[in-house]
Ligand binder design. Structure first.
Ligand code: AMP
Ligand code: ZN
Length: 113
């Protein structure tokens, strides 16, 4: 846990969020500025700054984070598919330094990356 981290505050329910899912290790909530009809974030409850801050011992956690994002997609209206994005570091466009996977889609067909 990190005192000043906005996502840690969401996990602790000190800041409201539109929650999609919560379990022992993860918290999932809708992005406050969606870039698609459906857009949610999967975060580990443990404060980890970015994807680059995980180590080999976290492989299982990282894998489960991605699988959870995919598992929740159909019930969020993304049966057709979705895009997954993890911004890492300033150079990767990361703005909130608590690692999170964006899952988004729906509506218009997303442009090719
Ligand atoms: P990133 O640029 O990958 O760090 O993405 C941070 C994301 O967090 C952005 O898409 C924001 O819209 C989203 N965000 C920031 N604050 C909140 C919040 N309080 N609740 C939900 N999403 C948020
Ligand atoms: Zn945090």
């Amino acid at each position: 846990m990190s005192d000043n981290c906005i996502f840690c505050k969401i996990v602790r329910d000190e800041i409201p969020s539109n929650k999609v899912h919560e379990d022992e290790d993860f918290f999932v909530f809708h992005d406050i500025r969606p870039i698609a009809r459906v857009h949610y974030l999967v975060i580990p409850k443990r404060h980890v700054e970015s994807l680059a801050h995980f180590d080999a011992a976290d492989s299982d956690l990282v894998g489960r984070m991605m699988l959870l994002g995919a598992r929740l997609a159909p019930q969020q209206g993304l049966s057709d598919g979705f895009r997954t994005m993890i911004n890492t570091g300033k150079g990767g466009g990361q703005e909130v330094f608590h690692v999170h996977a964006h899952i988004f889609g729906g509506g218009e067909v997303l442009p090719k990356v």
